[in-house]
Design a protein around this ligand. Sequence first.
Ligand SMILES: NC(=O)c1ccc[n+]([C@@H]2O[C@H](COP(=O)([O-])OP(=O)(O)OC[C@H]3O[C@@H](n4cnc5c(N)ncnc54)[C@H](OP(=O)(O)O)[C@@H]3O)[C@@H](O)[C@H]2O)c1
Length: 253
Amino acid sequence: MPTALITGASAGLGAEFARQLARRRADLILVARSAGDLEAVAAELRSEYGIAVEVLPADLSVDSDVQRVADRLRDTSDPVDLLVNNAGFGLPLQFADNDIDDEVRHLRVHVEASMRLMHAALQSMRGRGGRIVNVASVAGFISRSTYSACKSWLIGFSRWANAEYSRDRVTVTAVCPGFTHTSFHERMGLQPGHEGVPEFMWLDARAVVREGLRDAARGKSVSIPSLRYKAIVALTSLLPSGLTSRVARRGRV
Ligand SMILES: NC(=O)c1ccc[n+]([C@@H]2O[C@H](COP(=O)([O-])OP(=O)(O)OC[C@H]3O[C@@H](n4cnc5c(N)ncnc54)[C@H](OP(=O)(O)O)[C@@H]3O)[C@@H](O)[C@H]2O)c1
């Protein structure tokens, strides 16, 4: 029975990772700040699938909380086979207009916490085998403020780590969704469509997670769910970066 630890499992893509992994009978460890929401997801999955679900409330912008999650990943008496680094949030303004402490929290959650959790997971997975999924974004292929820089770090690091640690039986996959219906944009105070993103550009969280898990099982280093976003990413690699940055001023993914 594999065990998966998912960050940001109280809502959106993280809760969907939890549902799809529960359906495959994985035991789960759910991480996010809202203990009540995590308990609700856990109760639903325990009763529907009869799996074991541990709830581990933690704020991944806080060192001691990240440490507790890392300690759980290092616990070889009850090992974790799959880590999903998914927790994340966007900031509402452009870099110079955001509060710098919010920017630091944003960097910590997206990059520092993911790096620390990968380090802890690799220490227990190497040799035994395991899988790491980093939820990045198509924004990681363009230049747009600190969000895309964070996601670009996750993509670049996943590419290297997948090549490096596959010989130790650990795969690392950056899943790069485009606009997906979750609470992400609402939490930034935006409504879907607010930035003029047409409906056909929005993805369903279930399809994103299904394709991400399938690509991770195949050992891919990068997964871009949906044909439409595969085509967009292929196009951005051909266009001058100044042009793609200007186009990317619309919409936040
Ligand atoms: N939706 C999109 O269009 C889209 C596109 C590309 C990539 N992504 C990425 O997908 C990932 C999941 O986002 P989502 O769309 O599912 O958004 P969401 O519905 O807002 O869920 C975000 C999750 O992250 C958790 N979280 C936020 N800050 C946290 C912190 N400091 N410590 C621990 N957990 C924290 C939230 O839980 P609590 O509030 O309970 O802590 C929640 O469970 C993010 O990394 C995001 O960048 C989203």
